[in-house]
Write a protein that binds this ligand. Structure first.
Ligand SMILES: *[C@@H]1O[C@H](CO)[C@@H](O)[C@H](O)[C@H]1NC(C)=O
Ligand SMILES: *[C@@H]1O[C@H](CO)[C@@H](O)[C@H](O)[C@H]1NC(C)=O
Ligand SMILES: *[C@@H]1O[C@H](CO)[C@@H](O)[C@H](O)[C@H]1NC(C)=O
Length: 457
C-alpha cells in the first residue's frame, strides 16, 4: 500500500509519534528538571539580599555643661578678640533670626578663650561623640563589638591618620577582617551617602552587621575672619552626631525598628554653580572657613527637584505619578511643574535642619504644611545645625513624641555641599510607644515651642 504523505492518516500518526516521549526525549526531560533544580538551589543560596534593617540608632546628647545660650555665644565672640565690630554685629543679628534656641552646644574647645581649635581638640570632639553614641547603641542591644562586620565613619572636615575608622576599631576592639571606611569632605548629606554604602555592602555580604557613624566636627570649623558669606555657618553650626546599626541578619528582623525601603542619592555637581555653592576655602587674610554662596536657595531647590524626579516613581500613587509625568512634558513648553503631594506618600518628614531658610524652602518645594516641619524646626531650635545628623535628631523627636507607629513610612531628605540631595525612606517595623531613651526624651514635654520672632527697631 502506498501511503500518501499528505494524507490525514499519516499526519495523525506523525503527530502521535512526536507527542509520545521517546527515550531521547526522556533524557532531555530529566536534564531539564535537573537544571531547574540546580538553578533554583543556586538562586536560593546566592539570591541577592533584599532587606536592610535599621536595628536602632543613637543621637548624641551633649552634657548641659556644654550649652551655649545665644547670650553666651554673643559674649564669647565679642570678647574672644577674633572678630571686629561689624563681624560681631553681623553674627549677633544672624543668630537671633536663625531659628536656633538657647540650648544648643559647642564642644569644649570652643568654650575656651581664646578658642582651642587645634586638631587635638577636634579629634577629642570626634572621639567623644562617636564613642559615646556607639557604646550606647551596643550596650542597649547587648551587641558584642567583635560581631560587627562593616564599619563606616564619616566626618567632613576632620581627616586624621590613622583614620577615624581605625580609631573606632582600636577603641572597641573590632575584629581584624572588619570592612572599614572613612568618608571625608562629603558635606551635610553624608549620612545617607554612608548608609547607601552600607546598604550596598550588605547586599553582597550575607548575615552581616554594619555600623555607620556620622558627625561633623565644630571645633575645626570655626571661621575667625571678616567675610560675611563665611561667618554664616559659624552662627548655625553646633555639636552633634549619630550612630546607626544596620543589619541583614534574619534574627534581627524581629528587633529592628525600621526597614530601608528606598535610598535615592543625587549629585548636581556637574554644574559649576552647584559645585561651588558651599566650599571650604581660605579668605584674603589666609583664614580658613566655609563659604556659602547666595545661590544656595536656587541650587538646593534644583537638587531637591532632581532627587524627587527619581524618588517619585518609587513612592507615588499611580494617578499622582501620571499627573506629574504629564506636567514634566508640559513644562517643556510652559515651564511650571506640578509637584506631587508627597504628604500622601509618607507619614513623617525629616528635613535637613541646616537653617530656618533651608527647612522652609524644602517644605515649600514639597508642598508640606507646618505640622510636617515641626520635628525639623525643633531640631534646629534645640540642637542647632548639627550637619549630617539633623535628620536623625528629627526622627528621635517624633519617636519621643510617640508619633511613629508600626507600618508608617518616614522620609529623610538631606542636602549638602557638592551639591547633593539624598533621600531615604524607612518603614517602621515595631510599635513601641513614646521612646524614653533617646536624645530628646528628657525634655520632650517642653516641645514644640514658639520660636521668638525678632523685630527690627
Ligand atoms: C534665649 O534666652 C533669652 C533670655 O532668656 C531670651 O530673651 C530669648 O528670647 C531666647 N531666645 C530664643 C531663640 O529662645
Ligand atoms: C585656629 O584659630 C586661629 C585664630 O584664632 C586661626 O589663625 C587658625 O587658622 C585656626 N586653626 C584652624 C585649624 O582652623
Ligand atoms: C550647617 O553646618 C554645616 C557644617 O559647617 C555647613 O557646612 C552648612 O553650610 C550649614 N548650613 C547652613 C544653612 O548654614
Amino acid at each position: 500500500m502506498v501511503v500518501d504523505p499528505s494524507s490525514p492518516l499519516t499526519q495523525l500518526t506523525q503527530l502521535i509519534q512526536t507527542s509520545i516521549p521517546s527515550t531521547h526525549h526522556l533524557h532531555l526531560l530529566a536534564a531539564a528538571t535537573t537544571t531547574l533544580i540546580l538553578v533554583a538551589t543556586l538562586f536560593f543560596t546566592y539570591r541577592p539580599i533584599k532587606h536592610v534593617y535599621l536595628i536602632d540608632y543613637s543621637c548624641y546628647r551633649p552634657p548641659d555643661s556644654l550649652r551655649a545660650p545665644l547670650s553666651t555665644y554673643i559674649e564669647h565672640i565679642s570678647i574672644s578678640g577674633a572678630f571686629d565690630g561689624p563681624s560681631i554685629e553681623f553674627q549677633k543679628k544672624l543668630v537671633e533670626r536663625s531659628g536656633i534656641g538657647n540650648t544648643t552646644c559647642f564642644p569644649d574647645g570652643l568654650h575656651q578663650l581664646p578658642d582651642d581649635n587645634s586638631s587635638k581638640s577636634a579629634l577629642l570632639e570626634v572621639e567623644t561623640i562617636m564613642c559615646t553614641t556607639l557604646k550606647d547603641l551596643l550596650t542597649k542591644h547587648q551587641i558584642d563589638p567583635t560581631t560587627i562586620n562593616i564599619l563606616i565613619t564619616n566626618c567632613g572636615v576632620v581627616c586624621s591618620t590613622p583614620s577615624i575608622a581605625a580609631m573606632i576599631i582600636n577603641r572597641f576592639g573590632l575584629k581584624s577582617d572588619v570592612r572599614s571606611f572613612h568618608l571625608a569632605g562629603m558635606g551635610c548629606s553624608a549620612s545617607l551617602r554612608a548608609i547607601s554604602l552600607a546598604r550596598d555592602l550588605l547586599r553582597v555580604n550575607k548575615n552581616s552587621l554594619a555600623v555607620v557613624l556620622s558627625m561633623e566636627a565644630v571645633t575645626s570649623n570655626c571661621y575667625h575672619g571678616k567675610e560675611k558669606s563665611m561667618l554664616v555657618s559659624n552662627c548655625l553650626f553646633r555639636m552633634g552626631g549619630v550612630a546607626t546599626l544596620l543589619s541583614n541578619r534574619k534574627q534581627d528582623k524581629s528587633i529592628a525598628r525600621y526597614m530601608l525601603q528606598h535610598l535615592v542619592c543625587t549629585h548636581t555637581g556637574s554644574k559649576d554653580t552647584s559645585y561651588s555653592c558651599i566650599v571650604q576655602e581660605v579668605d584674603n587674610e589666609g583664614l580658613v572657613g566655609v563659604r556659602i554662596s547666595k545661590d544656595i536657595a536656587q541650587v538646593a531647590g534644583d537638587a531637591v527637584r532632581t532627587n524627587i524626579r527619581s524618588l517619585g516613581p518609587l513612592v507615588l500613587p499611580y494617578m499622582q505619578l501620571m499627573r506629574y509625568r504629564w506636567s514634566v512634558i508640559r513644562s517643556k513648553f510652559w515651564g511650571t511643574i506640578y509637584v506631587p503631594t508627597f504628604r500622601m506618600a509618607f507619614d513623617h518628614f525629616c528635613i535637613h535642619a541646616g537653617g530656618k531658610a533651608v527647612i522652609d524652602a524644602v517644605g515649600h518645594v514639597l508642598g508640606l504644611v507646618d505640622e510636617d516641619l515641626e520635628a525639623s524646626k525643633m531640631t534646629l531650635y534645640r540642637f542647632g545645625n548639627t550637619s549630617v545628623s539633623t535628620i536623625w535628631y528629627s526622627l528621635c523627636y517624633m519617636e519621643a513624641k510617640g508619633r511613629v507607629k508600626k507600618g508608617d513610612s518616614v522620609w529623610q531628605i538631606s542636602l549638602g555641599s557638592g551639591f547633593k540631595c539624598n533621600s531615604a525612606v524607612w518603614k517602621c517595623m515595631s510599635d513601641l510607644g513614646p521612646r524614653v531613651d533617646n536624645a530628646w526624651s528628657d525634655r520632650i514635654h517642653l516641645y514644640p515651642v514658639e520660636v521668638p520672632k525678632v523685630v527690627d527697631n
